[in-house]
Design a protein around this ligand. Structure first.
Ligand code: GTP
Length: 323
């Protein structure tokens, strides 16, 4: 059994314009918000209480996830008036978990923009077997130059946190899922902007505390950019497309490229859709052609519209180019 904190309060600037109306973790991949995929993984690992650490567009989360009973867990919400950074957000959210009563029960923290099939339960077991203060999921990437890297010794103990460099000494990078002892979170200052990656972890290692790296190479993707979000959605779809319940698709429409349709989407006659992410309650008029487009929830696309690589939403008058 464990409790969890899901970090979902960032601005998601690299994902603009997709994050102009939705926080990054609520963007749909294969019909469900990124956050929901993570909640399903947390549920599998036996997490019974989860705090969503929100800030940017915080009001979007509660109507969707409610008290968490649909997922068989208790979901609570911590709101930062202004973003406190990853460490500050964890400390703020931890207040809702009654740290003093947790004892040895581990706290699992998730970056809210990661799709990972690694075993959280095995990460928790590893953490407990090492009697660690903190254990990070580490993933090996082919080219670590774009990331900070995390070297470990032969026992898996983290020896340093290194910033991006041209010749990384290891290809192991922080995969954004951590297991903590509650005593560690208690030491993060409350109400201050703190980075868990740049401040808390390096300080723990420098002071000789036991910080471990749990290495697992299961499917992992950071959906922090538009290209990665589309890839994440495609990776979850086995057929030409995936449609959530309530969709009405005209028999003459062609849907390809592992497109994803949210719930209650209506697709008209002779529509062609390729490699698109379509939100809930979208209507696409007859003869429209859409390729590599992101269509926000509740949008109506007129008949005959032809668009490629654009963000389309009822809230904007002109489609915006996707980078
Ligand atoms: P970029 O602006 O594109 O870098 O995205 P981001 O703002 O989401 O930042 P980043 O990818 O570094 O964040 C990793 C995770 O932490 C994401 O799930 C963010 O939602 C979350 N996060 C980042 N900063 C904060 C914060 O200040 N408060 C909270 N609650 N979450 C945060």
């Amino acid at each position: 059994m464990a409790v969890g904190i899901l970090l979902v309060g960032g601005f998601g600037t690299r994902l603009k314009p997709l994050t102009s109306e939705s926080p990054k973790p609520m963007l749909p991949v294969a019909g469900l918000p990124v956050t929901e995929h993570q909640i399903l993984a947390a549920q599998k690992a036996g997490i019974h209480t989860l705090v969503l650490a929100t800030s940017y567009l915080s009001e979007v989360f509660t109507p969707y996830f409610g008290d968490g009973s649909r997922w068989g867990m208790k979901i609570l919400y911590a709101v930062e008036k202004a973003p406190l950074g990853t460490g500050g957000a964890i400390r703020n959210a931890a207040q809702m978990l009654n740290l003093e009563n947790l004892g040895d029960e581990p706290i699992v923290v998730f970056n809210g923009d990661v799709l990972s099939r690694h075993s959280i339960a095995d990460q928790i077991n590893f953490h407990q077997s090492k009697k660690a203060d903190a254990t990070l999921h580490l993933i090996e990437v082919e080219d670590a130059r774009a990331f900070g890297c995390v070297p470990t010794d032969s026992d898996g103990r983290v020896t340093a946190f290194l910033e991006k460099m041209d010749n990384p000494i290891t290809n192991s990078i922080n995969a954004g899922c951590y297991v903590f002892q509650s005593s560690v979170l208690n030491r993060i200052p409350l109400g201050e902007v703190v980075s868990i990656e740049r401040e808390t972890f390096p300080a723990l290692v420098e002071s000789g505390r036991p910080v471990y790296g749990y290495k697992e190479q299961a499917y992992w993707l950071d959906v922090g950019t538009p290209a990665a979000l589309f890839k994440g959605s495609r990776d979850l779809i086995a057929d030409d497309f995936h449609a959530m319940p309530g969709c009405a698709i005209d028999a003459s429409a062609t849907i390809t490229g592992k497109s994803s349709l949210g719930s209650n989407v209506t697709i008209g006659a002779d529509v062609q859709i390729d490699d698109c992410i379509i939100g809930d309650n979208v209507t696409i008029g007859d003869g429209a052609r859409l390729s590599h487009c992101f269509i926000f929830h509740n949008t109506v696309i007129s008949a005959g519209v032809s668009q490629s690589r654009h963000y389309l939403s009822s809230a904007i008058s002109e489609p915006i180019n996707l980078p």
